[in-house]
Design a protein around this ligand. Structure first.
Ligand code: SF4
Ligand code: SF4
Length: 316
């Protein structure tokens, strides 16, 4: 693990715990039985009174438009500068994607069922994974576990969470609760098994929103490729591509990296490939003028990105 993957693991874990526990702790949820949001234990209603339009207008602005504008504004600013940072560093769905990728590779040699060729068992970056068929059992149990956990968590955002969890643990879910948890678990099992990348790429509005804003900023943080040293790649087995949880090719231009989650797994792989030679990674996160090399249309026809855009030695 390099200097980035440790904090990333920390933040992803913390956010997953928050995702599951927020409704239970009454931090945030929408209670269908009461018909309003609950925020930090307090009812969050619009409090609109037809008899007092002035009061209602102020409430609408302060309790609906301003919080929404704040969330969208902060999200847009982060996406403009850092792209899908939320996906790679916080998203509870992407955390599951990474776990299942890793387990599937240990079961079959391929991180997804759709991958045609198996990845090398021993890679240039030092990663060594020898698949075992019995790992499929762990894949199945993990998919099932996260599908049910997600389904129950989603329900707990809508109904009193303590009732939902207590009913589940006692095996006494009501008919409607059972239908919701059952149907959502089946759909999530299919999605986690077959279409988890597809969902991240095209199915998630939050991811799409971040990618579209990021594409508009040519100077935003992006994976840069030191083209002046591209010959080094000839002796490598594309460890960066094998490491990418989104199955991207990290040496490509930004347009083809539309769904990059800024997870930096590719950077870590390249750091490991070059570490033995005491050389820096060819892939490094760049921004500002250094990002123009991969962001502009004439990529490859202009002089390579200036040497000072890349760190001479990796900070580990
Ligand atoms: S960029 Fe790094 S990890 Fe990727 S193929 Fe080249 S040397 Fe290997
Ligand atoms: S290209 Fe690199 S930073 Fe982007 S998703 Fe793939 S591994 Fe993560």
């Amino acid at each position: 693990m390099n200097r980035v993957q440790r904090p990333r693991l920390f933040w992803r874990t913390m956010f997953f715990v928050l995702f599951v526990s927020a409704p239970v702790l009454d931090l945030f949820r929408f209670d269908l039985t009461q018909g309003h949001f609950i925020l930090f234990g307090q009812p969050w209603t619009l409090d609109i009174d037809a008899a007092d339009p002035w009061h209602s207008s102020i409430n609408l602005i302060v309790r609906a438009f301003l919080p929404l504008a704040l969330v969208l504004g902060v999200g847009a600013w982060v996406s403009w500068r850092y792209g899908r940072w939320y996906c790679g560093w916080l998203c509870p769905h992407f955390s599951v994607v990474e776990i299942i990728n890793s387990l599937m590779r240990r079961a079959s040699g391929k991180p997804t069922l759709w991958q045609r060729r198996s990845l090398p068992e021993v890679q240039s970056d030092g990663v060594e994974i020898h698949p075992h068929k019995w790992m499929w059992l762990l894949v199945a149990l993990t998919v099932l576990f996260f599908s049910v956990l997600w389904a129950v968590s989603l329900l707990s955002y809508l109904l009193p969470p303590l009732d939902v969890w207590a009913n589940l643990l006692r095996g006494e879910l009501t008919r409607n609760q059972f239908i919701f948890v059952g149907a959502a678990s089946v759909l999530l099992t299919i999605e986690f098994t077959l279409a988890r990348h597809l969902f991240c790429r095209f199915g998630c509005a939050v991811g799409l929103f971040q990618s579209l804003i990021w594409m508009g900023n040519r100077r935003a943080l992006v994976v840069g490729f030191d083209r002046q040293r591209a010959a080094v790649c000839a002796g490598c087995d594309k460890s960066c591509e094998h490491a990418c949880p989104m199955r991207l090719q990290p040496r490509q231009i930004k347009r083809k990296m539309f769904t990059c989650t800024q997870c930096q797994q590719c950077v870590k792989a390249c750091e490991n490939v070059n570490r033995l030679q005491g050389a820096p990674s060819l892939l490094q996160m760049v921004s500002g003028r250094c990002a123009l090399d991969v962001s502009e249309r004439d990529f490859g026809r202009r002089p390579a990105v200036p040497a000072d855009c890349f760190q001479p030695l990796n900070r580990r």
